[in-house]
Design a protein around this ligand. Sequence first.
Ligand code: AMP
Length: 194
Amino acid sequence: MVRLVILGGPGAGKGTQCEQLRDRLGLVWISTGEILRQAIAAKDSDGDCQTELGRQAQSYVERGELVPDAIMIQFIQQRLSQPDVQQGWILDGYPRTAFQAEELDFLLEELQQQLDYAIFLAVPPAELKARSLARGRTDDTPEAIERRIELFEERTVPILEYYDLRKRLVRIDGAKPIEDVQDAIQTTVETLVE
Ligand code: AMP
């Protein structure tokens, strides 16, 4: 049973690494950014978002701002209560604020689940910017990228200390080649896989 949080700035390689972890270890990969992008893209014939989540998130995601904690916390609460994640999960892009991290711990206690590791993919800001610009996702405008890097430093970096104090933090050099990063993550989680 493996339960992981993957932390890193925009372009740190979280999605790439999670995809490989999912394929190799059969873990359920929950990417909040991907879920939000899909919810925003699903439009009805009038061009309006079909879901409440898409409607609520659209303006934030497009500007590179964080979707309010209350919306995200409620979403994760529902997602982690579903049957397909009872055998473990990888959270990608969540938590992103200290409040989300604390609330996640409360939720896990309630669900009688335990987080194994928070894996931080460390990548210098200049490299984050270059990688984000290169991938050209719809929410990757230069302004949104700048804002997301800024918010990562301000809101998400403090979470590293939160997990470090709880002896959950594993720091991995995310500037290395994809395969090396994957090997480092797998070495960390190997002990958890039966
Ligand atoms: P990502 O694909 O993880 O980089 O997320 C893309 C966008 O989705 C972010 O820029 C935010 O607008 C939003 N988002 C994703 N996860 C969260 C979260 N945990 N809290 C707030 N906003 C989020």
